[in-house]
Design a protein around this ligand. Sequence first.
Ligand code: UDX
Length: 425
Amino acid sequence: MSEREPIGVIGVGWVGLCTAACFAELGHEVVARDILPEKVEFLSRGEIPMHEPGLSELVMKNADRLTFTTSMPDVLERTRLLFCCVDTPPTYSGDADLSRVNAVIDELGDSAEHAVVMKSTVPVGTGRAIKRRREDVGYVSNPEFLKEGSALEDFMHPDRVVVGAAETSKAFGDRVAALYESLGGPIVRTDVASAEMIKLASNAFLATKISFINEIANVSEELGADVREVARGMGLDDRIGPKFLNAGVGFGGSCFPKDVSALKQLAGNSGYHFQLLTAVIEVNELQKRRTTSKLQKHLGSLVNKEVALLGVAFKPNTDDVREATSLVLAARLQGEGAHVRVYDPVAADKAREMLGGAQVCDSALEALDGADAAVLVTEWPEFADLDWAGEVKQRMANPLIVDGRNFLDREALRAAGFTYEGIGR
Ligand code: UDX
């Protein structure tokens, strides 16, 4: 047994598994618990049910220090810090569904030796409410800031680590902070409500930055500016910074859409109308749909037109399709009468049922064969490597491309005879 603090992980989804694997890599014994027996069997055999670069290798490498179990008593016996990583999906009202978090709290008992370390994204005030129910159990808020596709790197090299604890849980807060000390990032010690707000406010701010640049892009299209040049010029201002200024077909994923709505809802529940976030959400919804009119501008009616969507995942290097723009676009285009084919290196199969009858293809070329238009939805590197001027051009019925991420070489495509539509340029 290692001398480092053993770690309990409750809920072995994407966040839970990344957390478990990274703590194991740092030398901790990790006992990870999920309620689904088949998932635990899978993981115990070394099978990883999600696409995250390096995760499979990290789990294998640290198999000796990682135990997967369905048993909560097992976790309670072997560990004291219980990292809660269950999901908190949005309900119809836009509030976060805390039923899984509450189920975990119900199972805990009242031992003062244990602390819940909340990694799940929860509304501000959740920690306080849990403490009311489980007075003796320690509580620490330790939100995750992992990006899909680079989660392990983000864990090991954090911009910051946030540790929120009340005075009564200070000793547990110290133990949680100590776990991250060797990683070198700044550790922000604060109260629980502020830690909960830091997570929601960070995601809401980044989403605002994206909707802002998307609106600048839309206006740039009207006024003849190039949003990439605009973003470059803006980003050099230290106060603005260059990141998250890539205009595109809107943000998706498991965090931004959900967290922005949750914060808006949370404000609303307390009587405050968060107007800015209302606009951020609406801009994003409209942005997801703008491609339709770009196609109509060149093709006229889309009835019976063949449209190839390149990319289904909400961003590259993940198979996550939650809130992905591809799903909205596939539905909108089919609504306009188009035949839609989609291709994604890893995510298309998973999305098959959500694509409303779109044809799922095995390769980009298959999707592009005979197409009247191509729409690049996700900037997978392999799409830049296609032989656009040669094979793609020959196969397409009409060389029209909407580059939804300003990812391809516009000049080369135009020189090869393509009609090119980017975003904001
Ligand atoms: C995000 C946060 O970055 C992370 O800190 C948090 O813990 C979870 O949510 P993730 O959902 O993995 O991570 O995706 P991210 O890389 O942040 O991108 C989110 C969406 O915004 C994607 O759809 C992406 O395509 C889009 N985006 C991002 C843009 O449209 N433009 C940009 O400049 C950046």
